[in-house]
Design a protein around this ligand. Sequence first.
Ligand code: PGA
Length: 266
Amino acid sequence: MQIIILENPEQVAKNATQWISELFSKRTHPILGLATGSTPINLYQELVKSYQQEKLDFSKVTTFNLDEYHNIAPENAQSYRTFMKENLFDRVNIDQENTHLPTCNNEQNPRWQGLAYEEKIKQAGGIDLQILGIGGNGHIGFNEPTSSLSSRTRLKTLTEQTLVDNSRLFNADEYQPTMAMTMGIATILDAKHVILMATGKNKAKAIKEMITGPVTAMCPASALQMHENAIILLDEEAASELPNQQYFQRVDSEHQKIRDKYGLFL
Ligand code: PGA
């Protein structure tokens, strides 16, 4: 894991944008894994800004999102499709045909729908760079604690904590789905690179467990300890419970010298 501690959420978003720019400059047809939630909103703003300044071109980009609510119409205001359109897809020159979210309706066995998403990722050539947030309970995507570390895209029942955490996003009269289709932990580990972003004090405990705890299904993000190219971008608050912070800062300043000399490694 490359752990990079930055001053604030804006710096986290800017840093993630640099990695994405690097990917776009190195691949003719980049395959980007995307996430929803509050954390990546700053990142999407940065990406839109870079597109407007003609620094980023999305015309050859294919995207795969981590998750989507169960049995929700794409045009529903609460769907992750709507979130992605509002925050990114409708604001850059991406071909919407190349933007994918897992779907799960009631017409077909969810198992097949999950496997079809896996197949789509495979056909595209695999994800080059997967963006991730982390839940207060250590989830990545909607892989809740106790998710199999070998899981693939499938329907998950959300935990009480996730439902409470996300209830802020629903009006009192709106139905809040309790299940979601999500890439599995093994799906995420297949991405060539992953960037996990975490900001704010409410993520500090999960971050400590992910980095310094055992690899355990009780903290699904800890599976990233097994990933060859995991970049963890934290603001100071999310990093606040990490022991050995000076060590991580020192490692990063050594890495920075290498990055300055040779560019980002993707
Ligand atoms: P958040 O969610 O960015 O809204 O905090 C992250 C997650 O649950 O993965």
